[in-house]
Structure formats: C-alpha cells, structure tokens
Design a protein around this ligand. Structure first.
Ligand SMILES: [Cu+2]
Length: 106
C-alpha cells in the first residue's frame, strides 16, 4: 500500500515535469522568444527585476553581458537566488526584455 502511494506520487511528479517541459516548449515556439544561460547576480522581487550575467545569445547576436531583465508576472522563481546558474526564456515587449520562464541549469 505504501509502495503504491509512492508510485502514484512519482507519477504525479513526472506529469508535472512533463507539463513544465511542454510549457517551456510552447513559450520557446513563439517567434520573439529567446533562450539563454546565465548566472543570477541579483533578484529584486519588489521591482520584479532579475540581473543576469548571461552567456552569448545567438538568436539576438548578443555577446555575454550582465543586464537587467523584467520578471514576467506569472513566472515562478521557485527558490532561484543570487549565484545560481539558470536557463531562461525571454521576449522583447515594448522595449523591455521580459523573462517568461526560468529554471535552474543542470
Ligand atoms: Cu544582454
């Protein structure tokens, strides 16, 4: 019985992982979004800003730099903090770069 419960929990967890992956892919599929790898410098939850030291982003011809991104309203930061390495997806919206998804890099 306990074992069955454990299997059910693992299955639910896998479904969430899969749903997250699909969400990332659908964000990725839209024309204006870009993906980057970065180290978090600072997160200001009050202002909704993340300062990221990102690696080059080929889809924008950007070289590596440190810059501020706006954190999208519905983005869950899920415990992401300064010095964490992350993979993130962002879009340009009215002159701002807005993070639409972010997760820890493996
Ligand atoms: Cu940049």
């Amino acid at each position: 019985m306990k074992r069955n419960l454990r299997i059910i929990f693992i299955n639910i967890f896998m479904i969430f992982l899969l749903a997250g992956e699909i969400a990332m892919q659908s964000v990725h599929a839209s024309a204006e979004s870009h993906e980057g790898v970065a180290t978090v410098q600072m997160i200001d939850l009050d202002k909704g800003i993340a300062r990221l030291a990102h690696a080059p982003i080929d889809s924008l011809n950007w070289s590596a730099m440190t810059m501020n991104f706006r954190v999208g309203e519905h983005v869950r930061l899920q415990g992401i903090k300064a010095n964490d390495k992350v993979i993130f997806i962002f879009m340009q919206t009215s002159g701002e770069y807005v993070i639409t998804a972010i997760r820890p890099a493996q």
